[in-house]
Design a protein around this ligand. Structure first.
Ligand code: DGY
Length: 315
Protein backbone atom coordinates (compact mmCIF):
# COMPACT_ATOMS: atom_id res chain seq x y z
CA UNK A 1 0.00 0.00 0.00
CA UNK A 2 1.39 3.42 -0.88
CA UNK A 3 2.14 5.80 1.96
CA UNK A 4 0.13 8.95 2.68
CA UNK A 5 1.85 12.07 1.30
CA UNK A 6 2.65 14.99 3.57
CA UNK A 7 4.33 18.36 3.14
CA UNK A 8 7.10 19.17 5.62
CA UNK A 9 7.34 22.94 6.09
CA UNK A 10 10.27 23.16 8.51
CA UNK A 11 13.28 21.01 9.48
CA UNK A 12 13.19 18.46 12.31
CA UNK A 13 15.97 16.69 14.22
CA UNK A 14 17.00 13.32 12.81
CA UNK A 15 15.15 11.47 15.60
CA UNK A 16 11.88 12.93 14.26
CA UNK A 17 12.75 12.93 10.58
CA UNK A 18 13.40 9.20 10.40
CA UNK A 19 10.11 7.97 11.93
CA UNK A 20 8.18 10.58 9.94
CA UNK A 21 9.69 9.25 6.70
CA UNK A 22 9.04 5.65 7.74
CA UNK A 23 5.34 6.44 8.10
CA UNK A 24 4.73 8.93 5.29
CA UNK A 25 6.00 10.04 1.91
CA UNK A 26 7.51 13.35 2.98
CA UNK A 27 7.85 16.29 0.59
CA UNK A 28 10.51 18.63 2.01
CA UNK A 29 9.03 22.02 1.15
CA UNK A 30 11.55 23.83 3.38
CA UNK A 31 14.43 22.64 1.20
CA UNK A 32 12.88 23.73 -2.14
CA UNK A 33 14.49 26.74 -3.84
CA UNK A 34 11.37 27.54 -5.84
CA UNK A 35 8.65 26.88 -3.26
CA UNK A 36 5.58 27.80 -5.39
CA UNK A 37 6.84 25.50 -8.20
CA UNK A 38 7.49 22.72 -5.66
CA UNK A 39 3.97 23.07 -4.32
CA UNK A 40 2.49 23.07 -7.83
CA UNK A 41 4.32 19.78 -8.45
CA UNK A 42 3.45 17.89 -5.23
CA UNK A 43 0.49 19.83 -3.72
CA UNK A 44 -2.21 17.80 -5.49
CA UNK A 45 -1.29 14.62 -3.59
CA UNK A 46 -0.66 16.11 -0.14
CA UNK A 47 -3.11 15.11 2.63
CA UNK A 48 -1.17 16.34 5.65
CA UNK A 49 1.20 19.15 6.65
CA UNK A 50 3.90 18.85 9.30
CA UNK A 51 5.25 22.27 10.27
CA UNK A 52 6.96 24.12 13.13
CA UNK A 53 5.52 26.64 15.58
CA UNK A 54 7.06 29.53 13.69
CA UNK A 55 6.17 28.18 10.21
CA UNK A 56 3.91 30.02 7.80
CA UNK A 57 1.12 27.93 6.29
CA UNK A 58 -0.93 30.58 4.52
CA UNK A 59 -3.99 30.66 2.30
CA UNK A 60 -1.98 30.44 -0.91
CA UNK A 61 -0.20 27.30 0.28
CA UNK A 62 -3.38 25.68 1.58
CA UNK A 63 -5.18 26.42 -1.70
CA UNK A 64 -2.39 24.59 -3.55
CA UNK A 65 -3.23 21.40 -1.57
CA UNK A 66 -6.84 20.52 -2.50
CA UNK A 67 -6.74 17.19 -0.65
CA UNK A 68 -5.30 18.62 2.58
CA UNK A 69 -7.00 17.20 5.69
CA UNK A 70 -4.74 17.98 8.64
CA UNK A 71 -1.95 20.35 9.75
CA UNK A 72 0.20 19.16 12.65
CA UNK A 73 2.26 21.91 14.28
CA UNK A 74 5.51 21.06 16.12
CA UNK A 75 5.07 23.89 18.61
CA UNK A 76 2.46 25.43 20.85
CA UNK A 77 2.10 28.56 18.69
CA UNK A 78 0.06 28.25 15.51
CA UNK A 79 -0.15 31.92 14.55
CA UNK A 80 1.47 31.18 11.17
CA UNK A 81 -1.39 28.87 10.14
CA UNK A 82 -4.37 30.48 8.41
CA UNK A 83 -7.12 29.08 10.62
CA UNK A 84 -9.89 30.84 8.68
CA UNK A 85 -9.10 28.87 5.53
CA UNK A 86 -8.73 25.70 7.58
CA UNK A 87 -12.19 26.21 9.07
CA UNK A 88 -13.67 26.91 5.62
CA UNK A 89 -12.06 23.77 4.21
CA UNK A 90 -12.70 21.63 7.33
CA UNK A 91 -8.95 21.05 7.72
CA UNK A 92 -8.00 19.91 11.22
CA UNK A 93 -5.12 21.64 13.05
CA UNK A 94 -3.13 20.26 16.03
CA UNK A 95 -0.29 21.74 18.11
CA UNK A 96 1.98 20.52 20.93
CA UNK A 97 0.87 22.19 24.18
CA UNK A 98 1.76 21.02 27.72
CA UNK A 99 4.90 19.06 26.81
CA UNK A 100 6.92 22.29 26.49
CA UNK A 101 5.38 24.41 29.26
CA UNK A 102 7.98 23.80 31.96
CA UNK A 103 11.00 24.28 29.71
CA UNK A 104 9.68 27.60 28.42
CA UNK A 105 8.93 28.72 31.99
CA UNK A 106 12.43 27.69 33.11
CA UNK A 107 14.00 29.78 30.36
CA UNK A 108 11.84 32.77 31.29
CA UNK A 109 13.21 32.69 34.83
CA UNK A 110 16.74 32.26 33.48
CA UNK A 111 16.28 35.23 31.16
CA UNK A 112 14.96 37.41 33.98
CA UNK A 113 17.90 36.53 36.20
CA UNK A 114 20.44 36.86 33.39
CA UNK A 115 19.22 40.31 32.39
CA UNK A 116 18.49 41.52 35.91
CA UNK A 117 21.81 40.39 37.39
CA UNK A 118 23.89 41.03 34.26
CA UNK A 119 25.09 37.42 34.07
CA UNK A 120 26.24 37.56 30.43
CA UNK A 121 28.27 40.81 30.76
CA UNK A 122 29.64 39.54 34.08
CA UNK A 123 30.90 36.40 32.31
CA UNK A 124 32.59 38.68 29.77
CA UNK A 125 34.04 40.73 32.64
CA UNK A 126 35.79 37.60 33.92
CA UNK A 127 36.90 36.23 30.52
CA UNK A 128 38.22 39.56 29.23
CA UNK A 129 40.46 40.06 32.27
CA UNK A 130 38.50 43.15 33.37
CA UNK A 131 38.01 41.62 36.84
CA UNK A 132 41.80 41.47 37.29
CA UNK A 133 42.51 44.81 35.59
CA UNK A 134 39.58 46.95 36.69
CA UNK A 135 38.21 45.24 39.82
CA UNK A 136 34.68 44.05 40.66
CA UNK A 137 32.04 44.27 37.92
CA UNK A 138 29.33 46.96 38.10
CA UNK A 139 26.53 46.35 40.61
CA UNK A 140 23.05 45.46 39.37
CA UNK A 141 19.65 45.73 41.09
CA UNK A 142 18.14 42.77 42.95
CA UNK A 143 15.53 40.63 41.24
CA UNK A 144 13.76 38.84 44.09
CA UNK A 145 10.84 40.73 45.56
CA UNK A 146 10.25 42.81 42.42
CA UNK A 147 6.71 43.00 41.06
CA UNK A 148 5.96 40.50 38.29
CA UNK A 149 3.27 41.32 35.71
CA UNK A 150 2.26 38.42 33.48
CA UNK A 151 0.58 39.27 30.20
CA UNK A 152 -1.38 36.17 29.17
CA UNK A 153 -2.09 33.64 31.89
CA UNK A 154 -2.35 30.41 29.91
CA UNK A 155 -0.35 27.28 30.70
CA UNK A 156 3.04 28.98 30.23
CA UNK A 157 2.07 32.18 32.05
CA UNK A 158 0.85 30.17 35.04
CA UNK A 159 4.01 28.03 35.11
CA UNK A 160 6.07 31.25 35.06
CA UNK A 161 4.01 32.66 37.93
CA UNK A 162 4.49 29.53 40.05
CA UNK A 163 8.26 29.81 39.62
CA UNK A 164 8.33 33.56 40.34
CA UNK A 165 6.40 33.03 43.58
CA UNK A 166 9.55 31.21 44.74
CA UNK A 167 11.45 34.48 44.27
CA UNK A 168 9.02 36.26 46.64
CA UNK A 169 7.72 38.32 43.74
CA UNK A 170 4.19 39.73 44.09
CA UNK A 171 2.32 38.53 40.99
CA UNK A 172 -0.35 40.20 38.87
CA UNK A 173 -1.70 39.44 35.43
CA UNK A 174 -3.80 40.52 32.49
CA UNK A 175 -5.66 37.85 30.56
CA UNK A 176 -8.80 37.57 28.44
CA UNK A 177 -10.65 36.65 31.64
CA UNK A 178 -9.97 36.44 35.37
CA UNK A 179 -8.61 33.06 36.43
CA UNK A 180 -10.09 32.01 39.77
CA UNK A 181 -7.65 29.09 39.99
CA UNK A 182 -4.68 31.42 40.58
CA UNK A 183 -6.00 32.56 43.94
CA UNK A 184 -4.26 35.61 45.32
CA UNK A 185 -2.62 36.84 42.09
CA UNK A 186 -4.00 40.28 41.20
CA UNK A 187 -5.96 40.83 37.99
CA UNK A 188 -5.51 44.08 36.04
CA UNK A 189 -8.04 45.30 33.48
CA UNK A 190 -5.52 46.37 30.86
CA UNK A 191 -1.92 45.77 29.78
CA UNK A 192 -1.08 49.45 30.49
CA UNK A 193 -2.32 49.22 34.08
CA UNK A 194 -0.44 45.97 34.58
CA UNK A 195 2.76 47.50 33.16
CA UNK A 196 2.32 50.59 35.36
CA UNK A 197 2.29 48.34 38.44
CA UNK A 198 4.97 45.84 37.38
CA UNK A 199 8.75 45.97 37.67
CA UNK A 200 9.11 43.07 35.25
CA UNK A 201 6.54 42.40 32.50
CA UNK A 202 6.43 38.85 31.09
CA UNK A 203 4.76 38.37 27.71
CA UNK A 204 3.40 34.82 27.58
CA UNK A 205 0.27 35.13 25.46
CA UNK A 206 -0.56 33.29 22.26
CA UNK A 207 -0.25 35.61 19.25
CA UNK A 208 -3.45 36.35 17.36
CA UNK A 209 -4.43 39.26 15.08
CA UNK A 210 -6.08 40.81 18.18
CA UNK A 211 -2.89 40.72 20.29
CA UNK A 212 -0.65 42.30 17.62
CA UNK A 213 1.44 45.05 19.30
CA UNK A 214 -0.46 44.60 22.57
CA UNK A 215 2.82 45.79 24.10
CA UNK A 216 2.95 49.20 22.47
CA UNK A 217 4.67 52.49 23.24
CA UNK A 218 2.16 53.27 26.01
CA UNK A 219 2.78 49.93 27.75
CA UNK A 220 6.56 50.40 27.48
CA UNK A 221 6.30 53.91 28.92
CA UNK A 222 4.19 52.57 31.79
CA UNK A 223 6.86 49.94 32.51
CA UNK A 224 9.40 52.75 32.65
CA UNK A 225 13.15 53.31 32.95
CA UNK A 226 13.53 50.81 35.82
CA UNK A 227 11.28 48.22 34.18
CA UNK A 228 12.22 45.02 32.35
CA UNK A 229 10.33 43.29 29.54
CA UNK A 230 10.67 39.53 28.99
CA UNK A 231 9.12 38.17 25.77
CA UNK A 232 9.02 34.45 24.99
CA UNK A 233 5.76 34.47 23.02
CA UNK A 234 5.88 35.98 19.55
CA UNK A 235 7.54 39.15 18.28
CA UNK A 236 4.21 40.33 16.88
CA UNK A 237 2.90 40.82 20.43
CA UNK A 238 5.38 43.69 20.89
CA UNK A 239 5.78 46.82 18.77
CA UNK A 240 9.46 46.17 18.02
CA UNK A 241 10.19 49.66 16.68
CA UNK A 242 8.72 51.22 19.82
CA UNK A 243 10.73 48.75 21.93
CA UNK A 244 13.98 49.63 20.16
CA UNK A 245 13.27 53.36 20.60
CA UNK A 246 12.57 52.82 24.32
CA UNK A 247 15.74 50.76 24.81
CA UNK A 248 17.88 53.26 22.91
CA UNK A 249 16.60 56.29 24.78
CA UNK A 250 16.54 54.38 28.12
CA UNK A 251 12.86 55.10 28.75
CA UNK A 252 12.73 51.31 29.29
CA UNK A 253 15.25 49.69 31.63
CA UNK A 254 15.88 46.51 29.67
CA UNK A 255 14.45 43.63 27.66
CA UNK A 256 15.11 39.90 27.52
CA UNK A 257 13.87 38.54 24.20
CA UNK A 258 13.57 35.06 22.71
CA UNK A 259 11.52 36.16 19.67
CA UNK A 260 12.05 38.81 16.99
CA UNK A 261 10.48 40.24 13.86
CA UNK A 262 12.02 38.51 10.81
CA UNK A 263 14.00 36.11 12.99
CA UNK A 264 16.67 34.87 12.60
CA UNK A 265 17.58 38.09 10.72
CA UNK A 266 17.35 40.54 13.62
CA UNK A 267 16.95 44.28 13.31
CA UNK A 268 20.60 45.50 13.50
CA UNK A 269 19.56 48.09 16.08
CA UNK A 270 19.57 45.30 18.72
CA UNK A 271 23.25 44.40 18.46
CA UNK A 272 24.87 47.48 20.08
CA UNK A 273 22.41 47.67 22.99
CA UNK A 274 23.78 46.82 26.44
CA UNK A 275 20.33 46.69 28.07
CA UNK A 276 19.06 43.62 26.19
CA UNK A 277 19.50 39.86 26.52
CA UNK A 278 19.01 38.12 23.16
CA UNK A 279 18.05 34.45 22.79
CA UNK A 280 17.64 32.43 19.55
CA UNK A 281 13.94 31.44 19.96
CA UNK A 282 14.85 28.50 22.15
CA UNK A 283 12.13 28.47 24.83
CA UNK A 284 11.24 24.81 24.21
CA UNK A 285 14.76 23.91 23.09
CA UNK A 286 15.75 20.95 25.26
CA UNK A 287 16.38 17.45 23.96
CA UNK A 288 13.68 16.01 26.21
CA UNK A 289 11.00 18.47 25.22
CA UNK A 290 11.82 18.52 21.51
CA UNK A 291 11.54 14.69 21.50
CA UNK A 292 8.16 14.92 23.21
CA UNK A 293 7.02 17.61 20.76
CA UNK A 294 8.12 15.53 17.77
CA UNK A 295 6.28 12.47 19.05
CA UNK A 296 3.11 14.45 19.70
CA UNK A 297 3.32 16.06 16.26
CA UNK A 298 3.56 12.59 14.65
CA UNK A 299 0.92 11.08 16.96
CA UNK A 300 -1.54 13.78 15.90
CA UNK A 301 -0.96 12.91 12.24
CA UNK A 302 -1.25 9.21 13.06
CA UNK A 303 -4.47 9.72 15.02
CA UNK A 304 -6.06 11.65 12.16
CA UNK A 305 -5.09 9.19 9.45
CA UNK A 306 -6.33 6.24 11.49
CA UNK A 307 -9.74 7.89 11.82
CA UNK A 308 -9.35 9.01 15.45
CA UNK A 309 -9.71 12.47 17.00
CA UNK A 310 -6.58 14.62 17.24
CA UNK A 311 -4.83 14.27 20.60
CA UNK A 312 -4.24 18.01 21.02
CA UNK A 313 -6.57 19.80 18.60
CA UNK A 314 -6.53 23.52 17.88
CA UNK A 315 -9.57 23.12 15.59
C1 DGY B 1 6.32 27.22 19.93
O1 DGY B 1 6.18 26.13 20.47
O2 DGY B 1 5.39 27.83 19.40
C2 DGY B 1 7.69 27.76 19.90
O3 DGY B 1 7.71 29.14 19.94
C3 DGY B 1 8.42 27.30 18.69
O4 DGY B 1 7.89 27.92 17.58
Amino acid sequence: MSKIEILQVGPYPEWDQKPLEEEFTVHRYFEADDKPAFLRRVGGAVRGVACRGESIVNRQMIEAMPKLEVISVYGVGYDGVDLDVCRQRNIRVANTPDVLTNDVADLVVGMMLALGRGIVPADHWVRSGAWKDKGPCPLMHRVHGRRAGILGLGRIGQAVGRRLAGFDMPIAYFSRAKKPEVGEWTYFDSPVELAGWADVLFVTLAATPQTRHIVDQQVLEALGPEGMLVNVSRAANVDEEALLDALENRSLGGAALDVFENEPALNPRFAPLDNVLLQPHQGSGTVETRKAMGKLMRDNLGAHFSGNPLLTPVI
